[in-house]
Structure formats: structure tokens, C-alpha cells
Write a new protein. Structure first.
Length: 369
């Protein structure tokens, strides 16, 4: 028997716990039907950790996250913690996890399921078959650059500062992930920055160009300004295969790309560290937030989190077949007309978080029979 796969689940705040319950169903199913067992531990992150420990992620939870094979996170934040000082906000827990686990490459696929092509606000013919992978740099840039802060000026004004900073190695390692992924896809990378106004953007462009020439000449590379990319994503999203970009532009463009697919409730993500000794730290989370307005009402869409679990099987455990089973079951349920509120459409059957989870498990049973 191979050693159990060690998994840390951090449900977080808002809808995090209720969507994560559906993942537990699938984990149990895998145990029962596929004889794959996970050692699952749970911990606190975000506002619930602030309430319990006074910090958005405790040192103990950080140590647990370091020790496991993969972390699965729900969502963090909510209005309850709006008054909390900046460095202790729920989001700071997530940023600490990303930074200290060294998760520099954030993979955010934007895929349009056939059954959901009408859920997009864009025309069906524009989004049908869409399959984009955004690779967002996650541990650098303006999110972590120094100096930062708010200071009082002698003239009574206040000054807020953040710093956008990238080094060659930071650019190379994330671009390498993008080129490697493109090789397994449609061999096209768009590298996105603002080289027309930012030195860090110019450096980004120069270094991606160098790496491309040296190691990835078989992949098509195009450079694009971030504002143009935002526009092109709406105009003709199918022109993109892999997009690689910095932390802040990646944050924005991935929300945009996600919404093109119809709902943020559908999109998973993987955050990966460097490979060391055949092992790679990884955290998986839905792209959506904690949605405090609908939390606790059993109406949230659990699919983004279930797809994040499928990404975990694929990237952390090399279980492509099982990942495909889960993706296939989700597709079947959608084809059958089952919809949570966020993707509801005329003629479809509206269902709760729980019923969506149960239906997916039922489909899994059929697929694995
Ligand atoms: C995301 C979120 C986070 C980010 C927040 C919650 C800190 O928007 O993962 O996209 O800005 O990175
Ligand atoms: Mg975001």
C-alpha cells in the first residue's frame, strides 16, 4: 500500500465551509469506490482564524500546511472583519500561505462548459469551446513589494505607497511554467504587462523574450499590454491559449476571464511552488470569494471547489484519470439541467449546494460502475 496522501483542508469563511462539505463527499467516494484514501486534516484560515486565534493563520496551521502534500482552501474574508488592521485581515492569511509556501505560479483555467454556453454575458458563438489558462505570478509584484505603507506628510497630507518589483529569476520561473503548459496545449503564450509605462513591465518583456529564444522557440510567443489584453478577452477570447502575467494584472484578468465563462462559481485554481526532490508544494482554491451575502443558505455553487480538488488530483497526485472522472461527472450533471442559483437559466432545475454535491456523487457512481 502506498503511503496515504496528506491533505489539509482550510474551509475558511462565508460559503467556504458549505462548498467544502461537498468535497468531503467526493473524498469519501474516492475512498469507497476507488480505494484511494487521504489523510485529511482541517484547519482555520481567514476571519474564523482571527476569531479563534487573533491571527488570520496561526503558526501551527502554517506548519501543517508545510507538512502536507497539498492544501485545499475554501474562501476567506467578510464584512465582519472590515475594521481589522491591514496586516491582520483575513486576506493576509491567504497571502502568508502563498508567500511562505513559495507558491509562485497560480494556474487559473477559464473553461466554458458546453452546457453553460448561454450563461455567459457574451454571445454563445464568442465563448463556445473556450479554454484559456491564465498563469498568474503569485508571490511577487505589488502584492509584496517594499516599500509599502501609509505615512503622514508634514503638510498634513497622507501618502500611500506600494511597490511593483520583479527580478529576472521571478520572471523566468513563472514564464517557464507557462511555456511548459503551452507545450501540452495549443503551444501559444501571451505574455502580458505594461512595458509601455513600467520598467518592471519592460524587464518582464525582455526576460520572457530571452527565455523563449533560449528554451521554448517551438512555442508561439506574443507580447500584449495588459489593457489591450482586457479588451481582447472580451472581443475575441478564443485567440488565447496560455496567458502569463504578473500578480496584480493576473488578479484582474483572471476575474474577467472567469466571468466570460458565465460564473465565478465554476472556476478552480492551483497555486504551485518549485519542484524539489520530486515534490512540489501546492494549494488549490476556487477563484471566487467568500460571498458573505449568500453564506449559510445552501445556495452557493460547489463546482469551483470540486474542480479545484480535481486539479489537485491531477497536479499533486498524478491522478489524471480520477480528475477526469470528477470533471466528467460535473459535466453530466450540468447537461442534465441541474443548476445552482448563479448559473440558473430558463428551463433548468434550480438546486441547492447539497443537492448539487449529491448529484455529482451519483454521476460518479454511474461513471465508475
Ligand atoms: C484572488 C483574490 C485574492 C487576491 C484576495 C482575496 C487577497 O482576489 O485570489 O484572486 O487578490 O489575490
Ligand atoms: Mg482576485
Amino acid at each position: 500500500m502506498p503511503a496515504n496522501k496528506k491533505l489539509l483542508i482550510l474551509p475558511g469563511d462565508g460559503i467556504g465551509p458549505e462548498v467544502m462539505r461537498q468535497v468531503r463527499r467526493v473524498v469519501d467516494w474516492m475512498d469507497r469506490r476507488r480505494h484511494v484514501s487521504f489523510d485529511v486534516a482541517e484547519g482555520l484560515v481567514g476571519g474564523c482564524a482571527i476569531d479563534q486565534h487573533g491571527v488570520p493563520v496561526s503558526d501551527e496551521t502554517m506548519a501543517d500546511a508545510m507538512a502536507v502534500d497539498a492544501v485545499l482552501l475554501g474562501a476567506v474574508g467578510g464584512p465582519k472583519w472590515d475594521g481589522v488592521p491591514f496586516d491582520r485581515r483575513p486576506e493576509a492569511g491567504l497571502l502568508r500561505l502563498r508567500k511562505e509556501l513559495g507558491l509562485f505560479a497560480n494556474l487559473r483555467p477559464a473553461i466554458v462548459f458546453d452546457a453553460l454556453v448561454d450563461a455567459s454575458t457574451l454571445k454563445a458563438e464568442v465563448v463556445r469551446g473556450l479554454d484559456i489558462m491564465i498563469v498568474r505570478e503569485l508571490t511577487g509584484g505589488v502584492y509584496f513589494g517594499e516599500p509599502r505603507g501609509i505615512t503622514d506628510l508634514p503638510n498634513g497630507e497622507r501618502r500611500g505607497v506600494n511597490t511593483q518589483v520583479y527580478t529576472t529569476s521571478e520572471i523566468h520561473r513563472v514564464a517557464r511554467v507557462a511555456f511548459d503548459l503551452a507545450r501540452k496545449r495549443n503551444k501559444k503564450v501571451h505574455s502580458v504587462e505594461k512595458a509601455n509605462v513600467m520598467e518592471s513591465g519592460l524587464l518582464w518583456r525582455q526576460e520572457v523574450t530571452k527565455l523563449h529564444a533560449a528554451e521554448f522557440a517551438d512555442v508561439e510567443l506574443q507580447h500584449m499590454y495588459a489593457d489591450n489584453c482586457a479588451m481582447q478577452l472580451l472581443k475575441n477570447p478564443s485567440q488565447f491559449d496560455v496567458i502569463v502575467t504578473d500578480n496584480l494584472f493576473g488578479d484582474m484578468l483572471s476575474d474577467e476571464a472567469a466571468m466570460i465563462t458565465g460564473s465565478l462559481g465554476m472556476l478552480p485554481s492551483a497555486s504551485l511552488g518549485a519542484e524539489e526532490g520530486g515534490r512540489r508544494r501546492a494549494l488549490y482554491e476556487p477563484v471566487h470569494g467568500s460571498a458573505p451575502d449568500i453564506a449559510g443558505r445552501d445556495v452557493a455553487n460547489p463546482i469551483a471547489t470540486l474542480l479545484s480538488f480535481a486539479m489537485m488530483l491531477r497536479y499533486s497526485f498524478d491522478m489524471d484519470e480520477d480528475a477526469k472522472l470528477i470533471e466528467g461527472a460535473i459535466e453530466k450533471v450540468l447537461k442534465g439541467g441541474m443548476r445552482t442559483a448563479d448559473i440558473m437559466a430558463p428551463g433548468m432545475a434550480r438546486c441547492s449546494t447539497t443537492v448539487m454535491g449529491e448529484s455529482i456523487v451519483r454521476e460518479l457512481d454511474k461513471l465508475a460502475a
